[in-house]
Write a protein that binds this ligand. Sequence first.
Ligand code: GLA
Length: 389
Amino acid sequence: MCGTELVRRAFQDALGGEPELIARAPGRVNLIGEHTDYNQGFVLPVAIDRAVWVALRRREDQRAKLYSANFSQDAEFMVDAPQKDPSRPWADYPKGVVSELRSIGYEVVGFDMAIWGNVPVGAGLSSSAAIEVAVAFGLSSLFDIPLERTEMALLCQRAENMFVGVQCGIMDQFIASLGRKGHALFLDCRDLSYRHVPLWERASVVVCNSGVKRELASSAYNERRAQCEEALRRLRKIIPGIEALRDVSPEEFEAHKHLLLEPVRRRARHVVYENERVLRSVELLEAGDLEGFGRLMYESHRSLKGDYEVSGPELDILVELASSVEGTLGARLTGAGFGGCTVNLVEQDALGDFEKFVRREYEARTGIPLEVYVCEVVEGANISPRNSL
Ligand code: GLA
């Protein structure tokens, strides 16, 4: 059964009657450009065929009644006073979106909403951005709120920063809003200009879920951000006019790195060279050089492991195993790290061997069952037209 149908049934069972509309927003996997977004740098994510769906209907009062089909839980709040509730963390995302919409003056009144998704939670595939963006799209359509896709992404990022309390960058919400089928999204996180880069059919994007849950809210992510700011503060004294690590070239970094103490120096080195890798990746992909792009994926992983220190034994094993399969062009951890998933670029005719070998060896070495998703690269958020329900 498809997501639209599942969420519609959940709505009927939990809330009664029919929804007025259904909105969908996808999860994402980042091909390259990790921990660069909050340094005003470059990223290259794709939207994948796992998503969150929300079914919505207006109410006559100021109440929001929610039901999560994944957690079999309901939640209720007044739209003018959403409060966080630790017993229902999934409801914080819709609450955050409502709170942001209202804070910029949009008239959001009561509504019923059912939610269902198949983006694994806590796996680094951005289930949180998917739920935020699906809710923002759904509510905008329900209440005729004229928000552009870019504004919607920014609003959802604010919901996550301010209400949920996670200091994420813009990448996840942006790709969930603006992804394009068969394309990666090359985004400049400084001015939010972007370009869709076509992918090549001879290779697939394959995600391996290590089964190790990561906690994005955990201090490690915020600590990395603080270390980047520290690097910037010091480099600013010597390189005039820089506003973010994105402005530091590899040559400048090499000339001034002695000003930085460890581990801040390594953190900055990752960011500076990762930005370069994204720019080269786009050129290589546009030229059809998948092998060259794959090599940059491996380099990115080495840097995330050694310099940024956000990998872990399971992710390293997954990359190592993937690299020993003929037909794997590149592999690296994706998302924040500290567990979660790897992203692999695998030639079509090697997919069977890849899955068999990596699964068998990973399970033998770690004792953790491996989930492998051969992803289709899909469109960003959309609304199912009312008359199709
Ligand atoms: C998480 C954040 C993103 C980004 C990545 C790391 O997914 O939500 O904004 O910082 O980590 O690249």
